[in-house]
Design a protein around this ligand. Structure first.
Ligand SMILES: [Fe+2]
Ligand SMILES: [Fe+2]
Length: 448
């Protein structure tokens, strides 16, 4: 009780802290109470409160018994939170700190009572908010996680935990390396570190994930930085939505369209085997360039398809012009030039998730405006079309044609080098020259 009685009654009253001394023997009764205590419970005076017994003030009988058990066992109780009855029949949250005193063969409890109702209300509100947020997180059909600055997981929701086959609390402190293949985890951490260092979110990144149960899923992920009150980045928060079902549907739809277009390609082959092998090789080259650029699977599929179909418009050009040995007349040449527009017209209404028809339309355009059919220049030419242009030149010059012998890799590389930054995109030419160098100036694409 020592420390309690450093407070005198008037100080305790002015602080709103209740003071009491309660005799357990020979007769249970309050010996001392202050005004703050009686006011706290809604009694009109100290005398009125003194008529009560300490045990009768408890609203909850189990808590009452626990309180008396504790004080008898330890001789002291610190900040025992319980509900006290109010005079008007209501309840009030209080905290009791008191000691058991034995003096002259009698026992007393001396201590203080604090009104903690506002603290409890705040605690209740916080718990409500916490439960609401937790409920929201756990009912989301998306995986959510929070990580600290060292990419360690601080919290995940139930959906995330289910995905990795653990309980949410077992995941805390772990990293992506504990759940995913190393390369995948490295990419995930690269993104997290990017968000941490730049403070900029990554929105809608499409990724394929190998789950611990061995199945792949296609997901769309958004990562945003988390800040403290001073605006300092303290971690990342991410949300991943499983898109596998949608991606499968999309893939089915796309493969239907691709199959149809392949039939068109076959028609071209039946008519003119030269053109067909050319388009397949161009597709191979364009895909290799896309891979060098670390494009994702969808973009690679797009450029591959564009390569396969880029000369499909030649189906409308008479074979004797197409395969004419020797020089073409101006009229014949202008007929041949129509093939990019013809192909564009053929496929422009098909809905693709990439600019297929436009890339094909532009595959004979050149950066300096010297190309055809629209004489587009510079940035008006799609990057995909620039890849097709370089791949097309490379393939044509290295293959035998009805009207000329193959000119070879050296000449093709020379042409690209001379036109780099003028007719052809310099970054793409660099990739091709690099690949040619690595292969010893040999054909570096599949050529059969
Ligand atoms: Fe062409
Ligand atoms: Fe071509």
């Amino acid at each position: 009780m020592k420390d309690t009685f450093y407070l005198n009654i008037s100080t305790a009253d002015s602080l709103g802290i209740g003071l009491f001394k309660f005799a357990l023997t020979p007769q249970e009764r309050f010996l001392i109470v202050n005004s703050a205590f009686s006011h706290m419970l809604g009694f009109s005076s100290k005398i009125e409160l003194k008529k009560e017994k300490l045990a009768d003030l408890f609203s909850n009988l189990n808590e009452r018994d626990e309180f008396f058990r504790n004080i008898r066992r330890a001789g002291r109780v610190n900040f025992f939170e319980t509900l006290f009855k109010l005079k008007n029949g209501g309840n009030l949250w209080v905290a009791i700190t008191c000691s058991l005193i034995s003096r002259d063969r009698h026992e007393y409890i001396e201590g203080i009572i604090e009104n903690i109702s506002s603290h409890k209300e705040m605690e209740g509100n916080l718990a409500l908010e916490r439960d609401f947020l937790q409920g929201l997180l756990d009912n989301l059909p998306d995986a959510m996680y929070f990580k600290d600055c060292n990419n360690k997981i601080i919290k995940v929701n139930r959906f995330y935990a289910k995905g990795v086959g653990l309980n949410p609390e077992e995941i805390v402190g772990k990293t992506d390396f504990d759940f995913f293949p190393a390369e995948q985890a490295r990419n995930m951490q690269k993104d997290d570190n990017h968000v941490l260092s730049t403070g900029k979110p990554i929105v809608g990144r499409i990724e394929r994930t190998l789950l611990p149960d061995g199945t792949w899923n296609q997901a769309i992920t958004t990562k945003i930085p988390m800040y403290d009150r001073l605006g300092k980045v303290i971690g990342t928060m991410g949300m991943t939505r499983d898109m596998t079902a949608y991606a499968n549907l999309e893939k089915e739809r796309l493969s239907m369209v691709i199959n149809t277009l392949t039939i068109l390609g076959k028609a071209l082959e039946m008519r003119d085997p030269y053109t067909f092998s050319h388009t397949r090789h161009v597709a191979n080259i364009a895909e290799i360039i896309g891979k060098e650029l670390e494009w994702d699977e969808n973009r690679l599929l797009g450029i591959r398809l564009a390569g396969e179909l880029h000369d499909l418009g030649k189906i409308t050009i008479p074979l004797d012009i197409l395969n004419k040995p020797g020089k073409l007349s101006d009229l014949e040449y202008s007929l041949i030039q129509e093939h990019s527009k013809n192909c564009y017209d053929l496929i422009k209404d098909i809905d693709f998730p990439f600019p297929l028809s436009e890339a094909i339309y532009q595959h004979h355009e050149r950066l300096d405006g010297s190309g055809y059919p629209r004489k587009l220049k510079g940035n008006d030419i799609l990057f995909e079309a620039r890849i097709l242009a370089v791949s097309d030149v490379l393939e044509s010059m290295t293959q035998h044609r009805p009207y000329r012998e193959a000119l070879g890799m050296m000449s093709a590389c020379e042409e690209l080098k001379n036109g780099s930054g003028i007719k052809y995109d310099a970054s793409i030419v660099d990739i091709v020259l690099n690949l040619a160098e690595k292969s010893g100036r040999k054909i570096f694409w599949k050529n059969n």
